[in-house]
Design a protein around this ligand. Sequence first.
Ligand SMILES: Cc1ncc(C[n+]2csc(CCOP(=O)(O)OP(=O)(O)O)c2C)c(N)n1
Length: 320
Amino acid sequence: MTISVEKQKEMLWTMILSRKFEETLTELCRVQGKIPGMMILSTGQEAVGSGVCAALVPEDVIISNHRSHNHLLARGADPNALMAEIFCKKTGYNKGKSGTLHLAVPEVNAPCTTTVVGGGLPIAVGRAFAQQYRGEKAVTVCFFGDGAANEGSFHEALNLASLWQLPVLFVCENNMYAGAQRYEEHTRVENLADRGAGYAMPGIVVDGNDAAAVYRATLDARQLAIAGKGPTLLECKTYRCRGHGEQDPQHYQPKAEIAAWQERCPIPRLSGGMLSSSAITAAELAALEQKAGDIVAAAVRFAEESPYPDPAEALEDVYV
Ligand SMILES: Cc1ncc(C[n+]2csc(CCOP(=O)(O)OP(=O)(O)O)c2C)c(N)n1
């Protein structure tokens, strides 16, 4: 299936924006010391969120995890409100109460990101059940890591989703590490996608650094789900180019391994193909880079100039 130039540009744009956004976060927290606490990035993995979200419609729901910036930007979240939230400012998406790790952007149907590893899976099943119950023509996507695939919640979620043939796409972002643990140190099966068979659902392995491949696989899985044929487990093989978080010196990741995967960076991979097929010109590509830089710089200014929430608001919007 050929992918329209417009769709290729959409994926390229959200990857470039996400990379610029996160490179700036690295600078802000590691060099300038302006954002305290954990900073967990998706550098090198952008083809997953950008490829998946390009295949969705606005009514679809995404449930994300602790590595959520790319998912949210690819879904269309506003960089200003996202950056302000990461700075814990009042103008942020969650009025400064979530910070980077507990973001929720209901405006783009991303009601929850959770740092409880595997915690998003049952939530996604619940959302997909609601979609099925209401007869909506929409799906729920759950992003999670390879480490999360060893949580009990993963197995329970896949079982129930399969039993009830729910419209859910389980997107495993296998970046080869769960914290400091290499994939082989926590899992015996070569492909996590093989676990789909145990729950009578398709298990698909896709090159997670190839946005076009991720997009196509998501379209297929979404089609099945919408047709009432139940869930799919999509394993996107990719690589975590930075430490678990920006505090992590990555001493356990071989330097040659990191370099080899940087060579397979998803952004030049897509843009290179687009340049060769004349889907984009070098000048257009440079303009996208420039635009991303301008948008992110404006987002940082917006966040820095925004006030912190008033302590008197601490108990507002809290359910319990
Ligand atoms: C239930 C639970 N156990 C442990 C942790 C601590 N923890 C945070 S991230 C992480 C690694 C997760 O690895 P993976 O699911 O592969 O996602 P990745 O970070 O690679 O994107 C761990 C163990 C947690 N947040 N929640």
